[in-house]
Design a protein around this ligand. Structure first.
Ligand code: ASP
Length: 587
């Protein structure tokens, strides 16, 4: 028998028990002739102690021990004189009576403790060692609990978990597909699903009514921070529902998770903000509403007063930072440097201090009188002690830059507490997005999203004005999910394909199977997909989704542990009928 207890189990009530434990050696210390060994398993850490008069075989086994050796020990539970109340087993220790080395270990490439000396790349290469650390294990335990809670909740609400295929026909969702060559059908390719989108819709046609799946999705996207080429979605679809039915159910699911996982009970309905308002007030379709500091449009108020920078700008807007009028010159210089960073992209920053004594001090005192500045302050509802921060330029760019500035100020003012959760729905996205480069419209969500009923009349004449019955679920500035009501009749679907620039042949070729299905009585349906990795990382308080994935890829989409992607043999390519071009071989 390897163990009677785990390494996290024994307490003061177990004193005098004879126990057997197995685990990994975390640390060995010699103190005044006594040897202390910490052994670890998934459940915790237990201290072993050996006194110098122990049996010779035990002493020699201990002399041979090193970090990460796998051992089995027998001994008696005793009360520690020097208790460590930071760990659950900290009141006891095991006096070793027998020790067997089950497996030795090379010296690990980094220290497997909470404070590790291993850099990211090294820990990824030896991920199986990193997995022994508390932090990674805790995150994966949280992930497990969340998936169980989600399954329970959806099961209790009549959802069926159905697996959909991984080798599929390419069906675009806005990113590039990963493709898989077929050996049996040489010259043909499958794609890996960017999501099970069309399959879940076909399940609705098939009468399944409520579907979900915790499922891997694959997108060959350009590498941006915190993206993984394969990631997990909680993918859901429902029949005979309208938008509000869908939002109500999934709002309740998210409340269930906040409560079960974080003990946070949210009673109020989540705010619903239109895409347009989100952009105008926060400069983002995923606003962090843990704090307000919304934008005010000053364009008409401040133009034509002789200040060229404003007169030459399409949009002038700003935020009011409560209680920040005391900012020093250095702090303001700092903010000016911040807004000029390429990722923020503003040309400069105008500030107005509304001093405690009611006076004003601004970077545009030469151009605007105190009375005029007071009018600005009124626009912001500012109080003495507040600081106005104003940007000007092209509207889109300025809104985006203000968004960064608002988040930065939120950070500096301590308004982005990770323990506070501020969920909301962003609704009424535009149906289409114009792309200047290819001179055509793209679906902002995906081509199966229903246009809002009241906007359908202008689909042919003013497609840019059409709003979609689409929604995103956002928490603390992170987009955790998105979905839509779907088109369920083929005439409307054809119309949308047309607006997207598909010819009838292209549409039939790519989506003929879906169009065919719609001929046989498709129910009204809609759904949502949550980014599971992001949701876990938010509740784990992690910055990166890599920290909540057992075997993630690095920032260059590589698995550095298995060294993948990698070349395949000439024979494998031959069987597939694939010849590499000379440049790809050079690369
Ligand atoms: N399939 C969509 C996505 O992955 C989500 C949905 O519309 O349900 O973004």
């Amino acid at each position: 028998m390897y163990r009677t207890h785990t390494c996290g189990e024994l307490r003061i009530a177990d004193i005098d028990k004879n126990v057997t434990l197995s685990g990994w050696v975390q640390r060995i210390r010699n103190l005044g002739g006594m040897t202390f060994i910490d052994i670890r398993d998934r459940y915790g850490l237990t201290q072993l102690v050996v006194d110098p008069d122990s049996d010779k075989t035990i002493l020699s086994a201990i002399n041979n021990l090193g970090r990460e050796y796998v051992v089995k020990v027998k001994g008696k539970v005793t009360e520690r004189s020097n208790k460590n109340l930071n760990i659950d087993t900290g009141e006891i220790e095991i006096v070793i009576e027998d020790l067997e080395i089950i497996n030795s270990s090379e010296h690990p490439p980094f220290t497997i403790e909470d404070d590790t000396d291993g850099g990211d790349e090294l820990r990824m290469k030896f991920r199986y060692l990193d997995l022994r650390r508390n932090k990674v294990r805790n995150n994966l335990e949280l992930r497990h609990q969340m998936s169980i809670e989600i399954r329970n909740y959806l099961n209790n609400n009549n959802f069926l978990e159905v697996e959909t295929p991984v080798l599929i026909k390419s069906t675009p969702e806005g990113a590039r597909d990963f493709i898989v060559p077929s050996r049996v059908n040489r010259g043909n390719f499958y794609a890996l699903p960017q999501s099970p989108q069309v399959f879940k819709q076909l399940l609705m046609v098939g009468g399944f009514d409520r579907y979900f799946q915790i499922v891997k999705c694959f997108r060959d996207e350009d590498l941006r921070a915190d993206r993984q080429p394969e990631f997990t979605q909680v993918d859901c679809e429902m029949s005979f529902v309208d938008r509000d039915d869908i939002l109500a159910l999934f709002e309740d699911l998210s409340k269930h998770l906040f409560e079960k996982i974080k003990g946070v009970k949210i009673v109020d309905d989540y705010p619903r903000i239109s895409y347009k308002d989100a952009m105008e007030n926060y400069g983002s379709d995923k606003p962090d509403i843990r704090f307000q500091m919304t934008f005010k449009d000053l364009t008409s108020l401040v133009q034509d007063k002789g200040f060229k920078v404003f007169d030459n700008s399409e949009y002038i807007g700003g935020i009011c930072a409560k209680g920040c009028a005391g900012y020093s010159r250095k702090e303001l210089d700092n903010l000016r440097a911040f807004v000029k960073k390429p990722q923020v992209g503003a040309n400069g920053l105008v500030y107005v201090k509304y001093n405690q004594d009611g006076s004003f001090k601004s970077s545009v005192d030469k151009f605007f009188s105190a009375d005029q500045l007071k009018e600005w302050a009124l626009e912001f509802d500012a109080q003495p002690g507040d600081l106005l921060l104003i940007l000007a330029g092209k509207k889109d760019n300025t809104l985006r830059a203000l968004c960064e500035l608002r988040l930065e100020m939120g950070e500096r003012m301590g308004l982005r507490d990770p323990k506070v959760f501020a969920p909301l729905w962003v609704v009424d996205f535009p149906l289409l997005e114009w792309d200047e480069e290819t001179k055509r419209y793209y679906a902002m969500h995906h081509p199966f999203t229903a246009p809002k009923l009241e906007d359908r009349g202008v689909l042919d004449t003013a497609p840019e004005k059409v709003r979609a019955d689409a929604y995103d679920f956002v928490v603390n500035g992170v987009e955790l999910g998105g979905g839509s009501v779907r088109i369920h009749d083929s005439a409307l679907q054809h119309k949308v394909f047309k607006a997207l620039g598909f010819t009838k042949e292209e549409a039939d070729n790519q989506f003929g199977f879906l169009m065919d299905a719609f001929k046989y009585g498709a129910p009204p349906h809609g759904g949502i997909a949550f980014g599971f990795d992001r949701w876990v990382s938010l509740l784990a308080g992690e910055e990166s989704i890599r920290d909540v994935i057992a075997f993630p890829k690095n920032n260059a989409a590589r698995d550095v542990m298995t060294d993948s992607p990698s070349a395949v043999s000439y024979d494998q390519l031959q069987e597939l009928g694939i010849k590499l071009s000379p440049d790809s071989q050079k690369e």
